[in-house]
Each structure stands twice: as C-alpha cells, then as structure tokens.
Design a binder for this molecule. Sequence first.
Ligand code: 13P
Length: 287
Amino acid sequence: MLVSAKEMLNKARDGKYAVGQFNINNLEWTKAILLTAQELSSPVILGVSEGAGKYMAGYKTVVGMVNGMLEELKITVPVALHLDHGSYEGALKCIEAGFSSIMFDGSHYPIEENIQKTKELVKICNEKGLSLEAEVGSIGGEEDGVVGAGEFADPNECKAIAELGVTMLAAGIGNIHGKYPANWPGLNFETLAAVKEKTGNVPLVLHGGTGIPEDMIKKAISLGVAKINVNTECQLSFAAATRKYIEEGKDLQGKGFDPRKLLAPGFEAIKATVKEKMELFGSVGKA
Ligand code: 13P
C-alpha cells in the first residue's frame, strides 16, 4: 500500500540520512526502482512530473500501475507516489487519482500567492492523510537549451511556508535540474544553514540530485536535507546502456529486437544508478 512520505522523511531527518525521490517515466523505470528499494530494504519516493503523468496516459494509469506492482512484486518497503512540481490543478487531480504525496510548486508566484495556495493544499492533504511538499526560490535548469541559474531561497519566506504545516520544504540553494554546467559554483551552504535555522524541524528537499558531488550531498544531509530528487541520472544511464546494446548490433541477433530484451540493459542500468544513490544517501536498510 502506498504511504505518505511524512513518516519516512521524519525518520530520515532524525537519523541523518535522505530518502531518494526517483522520477518514473514508464513501466521499466517503476519496476527497476521498486525492486531496488525492496532488495536494499530502503524507503523510496516515486516522482511523477505533470509531463510524465501525461506521457503515461494519465494519473489514474500511474496509480493503477504502481499499486499493481506493489502487490504483484510483493513490495513491503515504504513507497510514496509523489507529484513532482505540481500546479494547483495538477495537485487536485493527483489527490483524486490516489497519489499519496504531492508537491505544489508555487515558487514562481509572488510569495503571498504561494502562501495562500500552499495553505489551501495543506488543509486538503491533511484531511486525506497525504504529505505535501512546498517550494521557495525556484530551482534553475535547462529549458530549450538555456541553462538558468538556481535561485537562493529567502529564509524568511521559507519560514512563512514551513509554518503552514507542510510536510517537507524544497528551498533553492543554487541547485538546478539536469546536468550542472562546468562553471557551476556548487550548493550554497550558507543559504541552506539559514533556511534550516528558520524552519526548525521540517525535512528539507534537495532537487536536482543529478551530478552533485558526493561530499556536497553528505554536507547537505548533515544540514537538514532528508529528501533528494534524482531524475536525469537514471535517464542518462538508461540511454547509455540502450545505446551500447544497439551499437553492438544485439538487436539484430536472434530475437534481440524483442522489447523485453532490448530494454533489459537500460532496466539494469537504472537499478544500478538507484542502488548507488541509495547507498550514498544512507537509506539502505532503513525501511
Ligand atoms: P535531476 O533531473 O537534475 O536529477 O533533478 C530531479 C528533480 O529535482 C526532480 O524534481
């Protein structure tokens, strides 16, 4: 059964480790992540962006697929199904469809509006027993080939959002989605420490987990980060393994064109990436 992310993140915060959110794109992704979490006895959060939800034929399809897998694959570790960077309307749809956790990203609104909308969703999520992630200070990233710098969240704004009773808070600390440019100055730990100081016990979320050096990940966890999002890194390892299979001509040998064979190396590559991250984040054995 899907669970809210609240308990797993509070435990992670207290135990000084982080739970990984791995974004899913299809059946292979979902199965690879769930099986790895089970093998390593780690809690896990499956992230679904609005675009990925649409791609997978809608939120209800996603909920049906994930619930089916939990049962058929006998997954017993805590699993949350989480909307990633949701709009207000998207959040309502996912709540209706059976997600167990929601991110409302109001970081592009003026702070008053972000507060107002987040407040309404806190109420709804509390009533239904779902966890809610809010965001302050937008996370940069690549859009149409232009890499935007990550913002630094205002710690006082973080305090105002945290006090609404959100389960977890994503604060921009110079992190960005996708690959980091060569001249990236790194995470801004002064901002992280200031946000932590103002927000007290709320588990903090680090987006843009792909390509952040290990020492920075560890330092972020020591400063209150309890959830780390990874998406691009699984995409890169899946693509590299699939490319290798085809470049070696394996799809042309025997029944190598069978999708169950063609997608197998990519599936294994996702498993390896997820394992590596769970070990780095310290969530292995914490289910
Ligand atoms: P990356 O794609 O950089 O790993 O970021 C994932 C993320 O933060 C999803 O919200």
